[in-house]
Design a protein around this ligand. Structure first.
Ligand SMILES: Nc1ncnc2c1ncn2[C@@H]1O[C@H](COP(=O)(O)OP(=O)(O)OP(=O)(O)O)[C@@H](O)[C@H]1O
Length: 663
């Protein structure tokens, strides 16, 4: 508190500028002294103010203000003897001499004396002037002195006030210090009393605890004895432990070895059983597909569009059997034709419902079977819708790839799969790669020069896809390339076959098994007859090419059905390219698209007749395209083996993907 009070005092002092005032006061006192001295000297110099020429003295001490000579007659002042003046020597100042020194010039004549008088008069004027200046100065100094005295008085008053404040603060401080001292003593005393009482309580507690400890010690002694005995026995056991441990480890090792050998033989059994089960599952799946037919024919009737509903020709000539989903009726001129197929999808069937019927074929591709799904039908019957669909409701192509991804993911990590995608187009019997940079280039199907007799398409792009996003990118690229290669995409797509070729290669590290299956998804060109479309020129050539390839497809299937020794795969690019997916134990699905309109009835009848012809063919059942890495493949036909993949290195490491060619 004392410290704070002192600080507060210092702050007040500095705030009021006490130090500065004190210094200023000192300065003013000194200045006052100096002015006083100056005044005194000025007063004494009045003795000098005598007018010699006039013989008068203006000093305040001369009672008569008269001088008889060159000096004042004031008491103590003697009049000196006048000096001899030599003309031309001495300055005007030298003429004004002091008493005791050589005197000024003494005029000899009246003229001289007049001159001297004039000079003296002038000098007197100057001196008078100086005197008035000095008086003025004196007056100013007096005023200043008065002012400084006033300031000094003020400052002194302030100092007295400060001193009073300081004393007050000091006395307050002392009082507070006194209070604090008393408070401190009181608190110490209280603490002391409390500590004493607590100490007392602790002592009492301690005494109780000591008694309790003593009692406990007495009861613990027998327990301690028991523990000592135990400790000794444990010590002995610990000494024996290393040898016991060694023995136990040896025994455990033997047991583990026995168990391992048992487990390994069990796992071998299990592996064999697993392989057997796998084969059985595939056999059953294949059998199921076979029972359904290696060539299956579905029919899908597209709905009547909004535009068609508005037109006069919107009556539908097709009807369905509500109890039998395999039958379709077409009424014409009072007659009703019945078409029996593997499945008939009415106009209201969704993309998902269609795919449900197709997905077993798609998954058999994972097991190493080659599968081919065609969309057949006249232009505008809904082939592209079924195969590609629309972005919001995709068709078989995208759903198949998504299903393949889901299936292979489910089989991981036992199975490692690689899925590659190629997109080709056959237009006017020319094969074009839709995934290459320059899709205009014509591709060829050739015999492999390595002498293996396999076919391949040199330069065909195969893109490995790892996610549904990759699929979308591949489709976009294919569509873009297809669009850039022609002037009118809609017309072009009706007159060309579009093929999406998916190869699924799998390897099972546990069983050492490899599989390779190929899924061909084909959007065929429009199947309308030339006569009706009235085509000519380039259109005629296009229609001829389409008819040629579609009838070649029919011929190939007929030859396979009749088990002919010669199957004309080479009659068209389409059948040549797809021969591995049409022969042997491959599975084929023909989705015949039909328009519901009466105007398209004859084309619909043609398509359905073609479908029934295809349906009656049964492909040759032979060994699966499923190989064990330790066994070689077993081609089913008696002729050359062909492959359609350009990735020779990959295929040469595996015998999968080969198909027999009866030619
Ligand atoms: N099941 C369906 N549901 C709704 N719309 C359909 C269906 N099938 C076809 N369509 C519509 O009918 C029109 C013709 O279909 P699409 O283009 O698929 O025929 P296409 O046979 O592929 O013709 P092209 O031979 O010219 O390629 C399209 O507008 C399509 O959206």
């Amino acid at each position: 508190k004392l410290f704070n009070q002192t600080q507060e005092l210092e702050r007040l002092r500095s705030e009021l500028g006490a130090t500065d005032l004190e210094k200023q006061l000192e300065r003013l006192v000194v200045e006052n002294e100096r002015l006083k001295q100056e005044l005194n000297s000025c007063r004494s110099s009045e003795f000098q103010k005598l007018d010699v020429a006039a013989g008068t003295c203006s000093c305040s001490r001369c009672p008569h203000r008269q001088v008889s000579s060159y000096s004042c007659t004031c008491p103590g002042k003697s009049i000196p003897t006048p000096p001899v003046f030599v003309a031309g020597s001495g300055s005007p100042e030298e003429r004004d001499v002091l008493p005791g020194e050589p005197g000024p010039y003494v005029p000899q004549t009246e003229a001289d004396s007049q001159k001297v008088r004039t000079e003296m008069q002038m000098k007197n004027d100057v001196l008078q002037e100086q005197l008035s200046v000095q008086k003025q100065l004196l007056q100013e100094l007096k005023t200043q002195l008065h002012e400084s005295q006033r300031t000094c008085t003020q400052l002194r008053t302030q100092i007295v006030v400060y001193k009073g404040e300081m004393e007050r603060a000091q006395s307050q401080l002392e009082v507070e210090m006194q209070n604090l001292e008393e408070e401190k003593n009181r608190v110490i005393e209280e603490a002391f009393i409390r500590a004493e009482s607590e100490m007392k309580a602790v002592h009492e507690n301690l005494a109780g605890v000591c008694v309790w400890v003593r009692l406990n010690l007495l009861t613990l002694q027998p327990a301690l004895r028991t523990l000592t005995v135990d400790y000794n026995s444990l010590k002995k056991q610990a000494q024996d432990f290393p040898s016991m441990l060694d023995k136990a480890i040896r025994d455990a090792k033997q047991e583990i070895c026995q168990v391992i050998s048992q487990v390994s033989s069990t796992s071998q059994d299990l592996l064999q059983k697993y392989k057997r089960e796998m084969n059985l599952r595939k056999k059953i799946h294949n059998e199921l597909v076979r029972l359904k037919g290696n060539i299956r024919v579905f029919c899908r009737v597209r709905p009547v569009s909004q535009d068609e509903q508005d037109s006069a020709d919107s009556r539908t000539v097709l009807s369905f059997d509500s109890d039998d989903s395999d039958v379709l009726y077409i009424s014409n001129k009072g007659k009703t034709m019945t078409f029996e197929l593997d499945k008939v999808f009415p106009p209201q069937a969704t993309q998902e419902e269609v795919f449900q019927e197709v997905q077993s074929l798609v998954t058999s591709c994972i097991d190493g079977y080659n599968v081919c799904i065609f969309a057949y039908g006249q232009t505008g019957s809904g082939k592209t819708y079924t195969m590609e669909g629309v972005a919001s409701d995709p068709g078989i192509n995208q759903r198949a790839l998504r299903l393949l991804f889901a299936e292979v993911m489910e089989k991981a990590p036992d199975w490692v799969y690689r899925i590659t995608v190629s997109m080709v187009e056959i237009y006017n019997e020319m094969l074009r790669d839709l995934l290459r940079e320059n899709p205009g280039d014509k591709l060829d199907i050739r015999l492999n020069p390595d002498g293996s007799g396999q076919l391949y398409v040199p330069g065909l792009t195969e893109i490995t896809v790892q996610s549904p996003e990759d699929i979308n990118k591949v489709f976009e690229l294919g569509h873009m390339n297809r669009a850039t290669a022609c002037t009118n995409l809609n017309e072009h797509s009706s007159r060309s076959h579009a093929l999406l070729i998916i190869i699924v290669s799998g390897f099972n590290s546990t069983a050492g098994t490899r599989t390779q299956g190929k899924l061909n998804l084909v959007d065929l060109a429009g199947s309308e007859r030339i006569g009706k479309s009235g085509a000519e020129g380039s259109r005629l050539r296009e229609a001829q090419c389409i008819n040629k390839s579609l009838s070649a497809l029919g011929d190939v299937i007929s030859a396979l059905r009749g088990k002919y020794s010669h199957v004309p795969f080479r009659n068209s690019r389409l059948t040549y390219l797809l021969q591995d997916s049409l022969s042997g134990d491959s599975k084929t699905l023909m989705m015949v698209q039909v328009s519901p309109l009466p105007g398209n009835m004859s084309e619909s009848v043609c398509s359905l007749k073609f479908a029934q012809r295809v349906r009656s063919v049964e492909l040759n059942s032979s060994s699966r395209r499923h190989e064990n890495s330790s066994t070689s493949s077993s081609p089913t036909h008696n002729s050359v083996e062909v492959t359609l993949s350009s990735t020779q290195r990959y295929l040469s490491s595996s015998t999968c993907g080969r198909v027999s060619c009866p030619t």
